[in-house]
Design a protein around this ligand. Structure first.
Ligand code: HEM
Ligand code: HEM
Ligand SMILES: [Fe+2]
Length: 449
């Protein structure tokens, strides 16, 4: 840590860890419901649990991104954050919107639009929150000494993510129109601008951890931004196949979304080759594992498992089934969950001055969570393929099929327990680090990491 104001990042990470824990609890509620033990149905029916699970996911990731930005921007721009007080207010209001939304879902105060369940009046609070956040980031950058490619790509990702939230707030009476614009938020976030956020954070981590020249790393970043835009924008078409728009989208969606894995492949090659080129002197090996891990697992989960159901002929059968959940888990985990955890692992020793680099629990956290998540992905995949076959080939009823595939959720719950143990270790490490302090400032400036 080189700037005092970077400390605010810690509290965003703490919120992130809290929401991740809650997300996992709701995941288990659904896993048990799938096994036939829907015991909490009266308080938390499946649809509520699902909306809470996915919305908590989005908020813990956003909180992680915001924390990362509050850490990265001062260091890259060589300037303290313009207002730390406002950043704390923004943190509290982010937590407040999250709590209101989640409590509201339990009382049916929600919109049944997957991922965008937050009711429109609350959306305005989100807008105010994000504008405050962007204001602080942009002013810090504007008043800073430097504007590096890494900080600009990260900021561009954050600004575009905010703008793309708006199409989801327009009201349509028409289902097709609503669906069309819902994807501008959901798809263009995860397969567009969030990739820029990921690329920016990844570049920062690689610069710090591998010691490779910034010029080399930032050249790669341009290639990744290029590949993301070329494939991701028109790749939105893979959600337009059968929603009631023109047939041209079958071709556009098929062709461009098939190119999307290239951006993730680029990210994986980028990270691995920078690691091989680097000096391998940085002591924080756990942060390195998470950094290489995010680049590789995102290619598997988003790139390969995305490709697995992106062709119109396949998607006609797999759409909206557990095949989608299979891909959704590994993609979100690999690309965005792991980049947030990578950043927290990198920044905690710097924020607190405590150098718990290679502890047993840190290593267990990495392996157990990843092996657990890969197992969960496999369980969803097997359940999904069985579901597609029985429901859409054989023609059984939805509910009857769900009974047939209950056993796969016992496997899912087992792997999820492994995953949760890993996350438990991660959070244990996080707590062990303690809170940030100013002594950490000097020690780091001296050795420059
Ligand atoms: C990190 C990046 C990605 C994440 C986090 C992600 C996550 C998700 C999620 C959560 C869904 C379900 C959305 C919903 O129904 O509302 C979904 C759907 C889908 N994704 Fe991805 N995805 C990513 C990248 C990709 C890529 C690169 C491809 C293609 C190569 C792809 C192909 C698809 C397809 C075809 C669907 C529609 C599934 C259906 O019809 O039910 N995804 N993705
Ligand atoms: C203990 C851990 C977890 C369990 C047991 C779990 C379980 C589940 C279940 C049962 C569903 C609903 C599937 C359906 O619609 O029938 C679901 C949805 C979802 N979960 Fe998890 N989950 C866990 C952790 C996570 C994590 C860590 C992430 C992201 C990093 C995640 C991302 C998602 C997403 C994106 C969906 C929506 C998928 C779709 O659109 O089809 N989950 N989860
Ligand atoms: Fe998509």
């Amino acid at each position: 840590m080189k700037y005092k104001s970077q400390k605010v990042a810690y509290w965003f990470f703490a919120l992130s860890m809290l929401l991740l824990t809650l997300q996992i609890i709701y995941g288990f509620i659904m896993a048990f419901a799938h096994m036939g033990y829907d015991v909490l149905h009266v308080i938390t029916p499946f649809n509520t649990a699902r909306a809470v699970h996915t919305n908590l996911l989005v908020v813990w990731l956003l909180s992680g991104f915001m924390g990362a930005a509050y850490y990265i921007i001062p260091e890259e721009a060589e300037n303290e954050l313009v207002s730390v007080k406002l950043a704390y207010i923004q943190l509290i209001s982010l937590a407040a919107v999250g709590v209101i939304a989640i409590v509201g879902y339990h009382f049916n105060y929600w919109e049944g639009r997957k991922f965008l369940e937050i009711p429109r009046p609350l959306d305005w609070l989100v807008v105010v929150n994000v504008l405050t956040f962007l204001g602080i980031i942009l002013m810090t950058l504007f008043k800073g000494k430097k504007r590096t490619t890494t900080s600009l790509v990260l900021t561009m990702g954050l600004v575009f993510a905010a703008l793309l939230y708006l199409p989801g707030m327009i009201w349509f009476d028409n289902q097709t129109m609503d669906s069309f614009f819902r994807w501008w938020v959901v798809h263009l976030w995860v397969e567009g601008v969030w990739e820029l956020i990921m690329g920016g954070i990844l570049a920062f981590l690689l610069i710090k951890i591998t010691g490779v020249d910034r010029e080399v790393i930032e050249k790669w970043l341009y290639v990744i931004v290029g590949l993301t835009f070329i494939s991701g924008i028109l790749g939105t078409g893979h959600h337009y196949y059968y929603i009631g728009v023109g047939k041209i989208w079958l071709v556009i969606g098929g062709v461009f979304s098939a190119l999307e894995p290239l951006a993730f492949l680029g990210m994986a090659l980028f990270a691995v080759s920078m690691y091989r080129k680097g000096e391998k002197k940085h002591p924080n090996k756990i942060a390195l594992s998470w950094t290489l891990g995010t680049a590789i697992v995102s290619f598997l989960g988003a790139g390969l498992l995305g490709l697995a159901h992106t062709m119109p002929g396949v998607n006609m059968y797999t759409h909206g089934t557990l095949v989608t959940a299979m891909h959704g888990h590994l993609a979100f985990w690999g690309a965005y969950g792991m980049i947030v955890l990578a950043f927290i692992s990198y920044s905690m020793p710097n924020l607190t001055g405590r150098k718990l680099y290679d502890t047993q629990s840190g290593i267990l956290a990495f392996w157990l969570s990843n092996i657990g998540m890969i197992g969960m992905t496999a369980a969803f995949g097997v359940a999904g393929v069985a579901q597609v076959y029985l429901e859409r080939k054989v023609g059984l009823e939805f509910g009857d099929v769900q009974k047939e595939i209950q056993v796969h959720f016992a496997v899912l719950a087992t792997c999820a327990t492994l995953f949760t143990t890993g996350i438990g270790y991660y959070i244990y490490e996080f707590i062990k680090y303690g809170t940030p302090n100013d002594e950490a400032l000097e020690s780091l400036t001296k050795i420059n990491i």
